[in-house]
Design a protein around this ligand. Sequence first.
Ligand SMILES: NC(=O)c1ccc[n+]([C@@H]2O[C@H](COP(=O)([O-])OP(=O)(O)OC[C@H]3O[C@@H](n4cnc5c(N)ncnc54)[C@H](O)[C@@H]3O)[C@@H](O)[C@H]2O)c1
Length: 260
Amino acid sequence: MLDWVLLLGGSTGHGAATAKRLAKEGYGIIAFHFDRGDAKKIAMNNIEEVNNLSNGRCHYFNTNAASIETIEKYIPKIKEITNGQPLKLLLHSIAFGTTTNFFGDTPVTPRQMDMTVHVMGNSLLYWTQHLFKNNLLAKGSRVMGLTSEGNYLAMEGYGPVSVAKVAMEAIIRQIGWELGEFGVTANAVQAGITPTRALTKITDNWETWVENTKKRNPMGRTTTPDDIASTISMLLKPEADFINCSIIYCDGGESRSGNI
Ligand SMILES: NC(=O)c1ccc[n+]([C@@H]2O[C@H](COP(=O)([O-])OP(=O)(O)OC[C@H]3O[C@@H](n4cnc5c(N)ncnc54)[C@H](O)[C@@H]3O)[C@@H](O)[C@H]2O)c1
């Protein structure tokens, strides 16, 4: 029986695909999600599948994983679930932020900026601090977050999330630098444009983005959540023990391809 993994944002998109993949491989799944309405229905179907694939070694919590109260409340529960064993993986796959421009009709507010950077960036640091302090991250554990091309490109509606991605990458680099001596590594996986619920929230033009991406991508398609799940699964292998403080691209070469 393999170790436990903790997925922040494990009910849809990249997080759900990763949960299914790792459950199939024998990992126990602990995951947070924050879904209401239609999203909740999709989430519940995915969670049922993860539960079956993991033979019930699966715990999902529908609550705001970015709140410090949640972190403090759930650390003892996580410890109980893993029986004090350190986690193999802490993955940040939360998509929850303000998607608006800096100027124009609905300029982003300070509150929206702070919230987006906290939820999509800084919250990974606070989880890592608490888990490490409680011996839930140790030799062989991985910390990972998902980033995007928006970390260095300006895009419609993406400003606040872009700032959060840059913050997350800096956080990951620093975590890997400080915890490397304990055998804990931290890396970001950069996904190409993936048609998930989060993409539909960035812009009303998301379908055009998808079509243009297919033309631009050297491999002629958009990224799928399964592509990301495979990359994460690969990074859990002992062969990846020395990969640290890096950004791993899983986008078919999209980010290296010029606009046409
Ligand atoms: N879709 C893309 O094109 C793309 C590209 C690159 C990177 N990413 C990144 O991948 C990550 C996952 O996005 P996705 O595309 O899979 O989106 P998604 O909307 O399918 O998944 C988001 C997940 O986050 C959860 N969530 C949202 N707010 C939460 C909160 N406060 N607490 C706990 N869980 C919360 C949701 O329940 C869901 O499980 C994000 O960081 C996103 O920026 C996405």
